[in-house]
Design a protein around this ligand. Structure first.
Ligand SMILES: Nc1ncnc2c1ncn2[C@@H]1O[C@H](COP(=O)(O)OP(=O)(O)OP(=O)(O)O)[C@@H](O)[C@H]1O
Ligand SMILES: [Mg+2]
Length: 305
C-alpha cells in the first residue's frame, strides 16, 4: 500500500523528514509514534499525496503521487491532525457534500452518510451544527467523513489527541472494526498505549528519522526490560542525585524530574532492596515496560513533554 525509499521533506532550511524507508502491506495497522516535531504529519501529508516529497521515492497503492495524485486521493481516506469540518453545514451535510466531491451519486452518498453516522454513533446529531459538537464528536465525524469514499487506505493523523479516555476507547473500537473489514490503517500518535492497542507494527520517529521499527511487543522486548520499578522521592534530594544509590539494582536507571525508573526483571525485588538500604521513597509502583520506555531508551527523552 505504501513504499518509500530515502523519503525526505524540507521546508526551507528545516529538514522535517530526513530520509526514511517504509513498507506497509495491505490490511496492516501501521503507526508512527513520536514526539512533537518528529516529522509525523509531514510524512502523512506526503503519503496523502497533498505534499510533494523533496527527494526520495514514494509509491502509494503502487502509484506515484507526483503524477497520479487524483487517482491516489480517490482511494484514500484522510483524517488530518486539525479538524477541517465545514462549520456552515450540519453534521450530515458535512458527509454528503464531501462525498459529492468524489462524484458519488446523491442518493448513494445520502445512504452512506446515514450508515457512517450510525457507525460513529452520531445519528442523533445528524441535524446539529458542527460547532455544537464536542471535540470527541468532531473527531468521530472527521473519521466518518474520511470513510465516505470507501477507502482502501485510511490515514489518521493523531486521531485521539485531546480526547477523554472514554471518547478514545470508542474511537479505538471503531478503528479496530475497520481493520477487521480489511481497511489498511496508518496512524500517528504520541500516545504509547494507542500505538500498543492499534498497531500491528510501528516506527518510532524522532527528529525526522526512524529510530526503531517493529511490532509493539518486539520493540519492548528488544529495547527494554520485563518490569520497571518507579520510585518517587520527596524533595530533599533530586532524583538525579539518587541514581548512584540504586544503579546496581537494575539493568539500567533513568532519572526523570519527578521519579526514578529502575529497569529490571522483578520490580518487587528491587523495591524490597531499596527499603533494605534505608531509602524511603514517598511512592513506589511496579509496572511492565511500555513503548514510552522504548522511546526514552532510544532518545533519552519522554514522548510527551
Ligand atoms: N508547512 C511547514 N512550513 C515550515 N515548517 C514546517 C511545516 N510543516 C512542518 N514543519 C516543520 O517540520 C518539522 C516536523 O513537523 P511535523 O508537523 O511533521 O511534526 P509532527 O511529528 O507531526 O509533530 P506534532 O506531534 O507536533 O504534530 C517541525 O520542525 C515543523 O516546524
Ligand atoms: Mg503532527
Amino acid at each position: 500500500m505504501i513504499q518509500a525509499r530515502d523519503l525526505r521533506k524540507s521546508f526551507g532550511s528545516v529538514e522535517a523528514v530526513r530520509g526514511i524507508d517504509l513498507d506497509v502491506p495491505r490490511g496492516e495497522a501501521f503507526g508512527f509514534l513520536g514526539p512533537n516535531g518528529a516529522g509525523k504529519s509531514s510524512t502523512m501529508r506526503m503519503v496523502a499525496a497533498v505534499s510533494p516529497p523533496t527527494s526520495g521515492t514514494l509509491r502509494i497503492l503502487g502509484l506515484d503521487p507526483l503524477t497520479d495524485g487524483p487517482q491516489i486521493r480517490a482511494r484514500l481516506g484522510v483524517c488530518p491532525q486539525e479538524d477541517t469540518l465545514d462549520p456552515e453545514l450540519n453534521v450530515r451535510d458535512n458527509l454528503v457534500v464531501y462525498g459529492r466531491y468524489f462524484g458519488i451519486p446523491r442518493s448513494e452518498v445520502r445512504d452512506r452518510a446515514d450508515e457512517l453516522l450510525e457507525f460513529v454513533q452520531l445519528t442523533e446529531k445528524a441535524k446539529a451544527r458542527v460547532e455544537a459538537l464536542s471535540g470527541g464528536m468532531k473527531r468521530r465525524l472527521t473519521i466518518a467523513r474520511s470513510l465516505i469514499n470507501k477507502p482502501d487506505l485510511l490515514l489518521l493523523d493523531e486521531p485521539t489527541t485531546g480526547l477523554d479516555p472514554q471518547a478514545r476507547h470508542v474511537l479505538w473500537d471503531r478503528l479496530f472494526r475497520l481493520k477487521q473489514q480489511g481497511v489498511t490503517l496508518v496512524l500517528t500518535t504520541h500516545y504509547m498505549d494507542e500505538a500498543e492497542q492499534l498497531c500491528d507494527r510501528l516506527v518510532v520517529m524522532d527528529k525526522g528519522l526512524i529510530v526503531a521499527e517493529g511490532a509493539p511487543l518486539e520493540l519492548i522486548r528488544a529495547h527494554s526490560t520485563r518490569e520497571v520499578a518507579e520510585l518517587r522521592f520527596g524533595v530533599t534530594e533530586t532524583h538525579q542525585e539518587l541514581v548512584g544509590r540504586v544503579a546496581d539494582l537494575g539493568e539500567r536507571v533513568e532519572a526523570l524530574p519527578d521519579r526514578l525508573l529502575v529497569y529490571c526483571q522483578d520490580g518487587e525485588e528491587v523495591i524490597a532492596k531499596v527499603h533494605e538500604r534505608g531509602l524511603q521513597p514517598a511512592a513506589v509502583l511496579v509496572r511492565r515496560s511500555t513503548l514510552e520506555d522504548v522511546f526514552l531508551r532510544l532518545t533519552g527523552r519522554t514522548l510527551v513533554d
